[in-house]
Design a protein around this ligand. Structure first.
Ligand code: ATP
Length: 305
């Protein structure tokens, strides 16, 4: 966290306007409500908030990966290319979207490492990205690029011939990050990309992501429950509550001078930040109840749920 972190919003790469997403059913859930957000070029924007507040729905909505019963009810998402053109993602056809994803905006989701095909080598799976999106690339160049990508995320080139089951969870998740970087995207959306990994591996991967961001200049929307981690890696942080962005500021300002009551309680719920006990983000127990209930009662409820 750096007090002089620059504001990147003067040069936006993504602008989100009045974006709302509902899960339509007998009872409709308004999961994302009128979100307005700008992602600056090369910026790491953290998205924080308790479980169920709509973070993943927003991420899937931006990339148009939502499945029914999810429905975008209002708003749009514009992508501003570094080459100078703008695309409204809501107007792209299925084929255009498939080209667009990975190429311009790529994603790493929690447990992505489990989506690697177990019976296909890492080389073949990485090569597939280039075959699909860069059909003119020679085989020699593809293989070289695949090796370069692996090295970039801290996995030895020799692992190209490995199969996913021969790699640790951390290595597989690195492969997924390499895959997401393959086409030099301008935005990466990462939804709990390291949550399933142990703390040491998580730390190594995060260092890698921040280093690569500086080197390659992509912007990141980073979603996690882990507010201390977000404070450390983000330029700005958006705090989400019940589908709305309730506060958006630089990580430093948000930490030192939170404005919204919910943000204050979110910060207070991390002992490492404030010395106080409390973990309503991880438990998902609603914040109103946290006021009324002792931590012991919450722990008991979580243990029995
Ligand atoms: N397929 C679905 N059908 C109906 N409602 C859903 C569906 N998926 C999510 N929701 C609801 O939408 C709201 C937002 O969920 P979402 O998963 O986006 O939250 P989140 O902040 O990402 O939570 P977590 O941190 O636990 O992943 C929640 O109320 C959730 O119950």
């Amino acid at each position: 966290m750096n007090p002089s972190t620059p504001r990147h919003i003067a040069d936006p790469v993504v602008t989100i306007e009045d974006f709302s997403i509902d899960y339509v059913g007998q009872v409709t859930t308004h999961a994302v409500k009128n979100v307005k957000l700008t992602l600056g070029r090369g910026e790491i924007l953290g998205l924080a908030g308790e479980s169920g507040c709509g973070k993943s729905t927003l991420a899937y909505g931006i990339t148009r990966l939502l499945k029914p019963p999810a429905l975008i009810s209002t708003g749009h998402v514009d992508f501003h290319s570094r080459e100078g053109w703008t695309a409204d993602l809501s107007t792209l056809s299925g084929d255009e979207l498939r080209q667009f994803r990975w190429d311009k905006i790529s994603m790493v989701f929690q447990g992505a490492m489990n989506s690697l095909n177990p019976v296909i080598s890492i080389r073949a799976q990485l090569e597939d990205v280039f075959t699909a999106h860069r059909p003119g690339m020679s085989r020699e160049e593809r293989v070289r690029k695949c090796g370069d990508l692996l090295e970039r995320v801290g996995v030895e080139r020799s692992r190209l011939s490995s199969f996913p089951h021969e790699l640790s969870g951390g290595m597989r998740q690195r492969v997924m990050i390499a895959m997401a970087m393959a086409l030099d995207p301008q935005v990466m959306i990462m939804d709990e990309p390291t949550t399933a990994l142990d703390v040491v591996v998580q730390r190594e991967i995060l260092d890698e992501i921040t280093r690569l961001r500086s080197e390659l200049g992509f912007a990141v929307i980073f979603i996690t429950h882990d507010l201390p981690l977000l404070l450390e890696i983000s330029d700005r942080i958006a705090v989400m509550k019940a589908g709305e962005i309730v506060e958006l500021n630089s990580a430093y300002e948000l930490y030192t001078n939170p404005q919204n009551e919910y943000t204050k309680r979110l910060l207070a719920s991390f002992p490492s930040l404030t010395g106080e006990r409390g973990d309503f983000i991880r438990t998902g127990v609603s914040d109103d109840r946290l006021n009324e209930t002792t931590q012991t009662e919450i722990d008991q409820e979580v243990a029995t749920s």
